[in-house]
Design a protein. Structure first.
Length: 149
């Protein structure tokens, strides 16, 4: 399995783990909501239900974000290579190496750090469409692209 496939697999595992966590939260909240219905009436009961509703809404938003991440991952073709930075590219700069995919953060592969970033992130927007030897500014610093896979 090549490097891009390994990074892609790590991103997919991250997204699936987040999905499982959010599904567990939703299930737990649904059970708690059902038991709240059976408990005593009054202000405490209403506050408990309201808190659970907020948690359910928050989990629903997280679920939506995870679904969007899955859709982005589905568009990545790990076999595609290009000298222009695009979704699925590995971009080497003199400081950091980025995997243009979804916002996962640091992935360590063979003792090397890679940062899986979204194309919508500030650094992702700076890298998109750039080519090898292009320079760009990020956080007030000039960076140069050494290699794109």
């Amino acid at each position: 399995m090549n490097l891009k496939e390994q990074l892609f697999k790590a991103c997919k595992a991250f997204v699936n783990k987040r999905l499982q966590t959010v599904e567990e939260i939703i299930s737990s909240n649904q059970k708690a909501l059902q038991s709240e219905t059976k408990s005593s009436a009054g202000d405490k009961h209403e506050t408990g239900r309201a808190m659970l509703q907020l948690e359910m809404e928050k989990a629903g938003q997280q679920l939506l974000g995870i679904q969007q991440m899955k859709e982005i991952l589905a568009k990545i073709e790990v076999s595609k290579t290009s000298k222009v930075a695009h979704l699925g590219s590995i971009v080497y700069t003199q400081k950091t190496t980025y995997f243009l995919s979804v916002s996962v953060g640091k992935i360590i592969h063979n003792n090397t750090s890679f940062f899986a970033i979204s194309l919508q992130s500030p650094i992702g927007l700076s890298l998109l469409g750039k080519q090898e030897n292009d320079s760009f500014f990020f956080n007030g610093e000039q960076l140069k692209i050494i290699k794109i896979l």
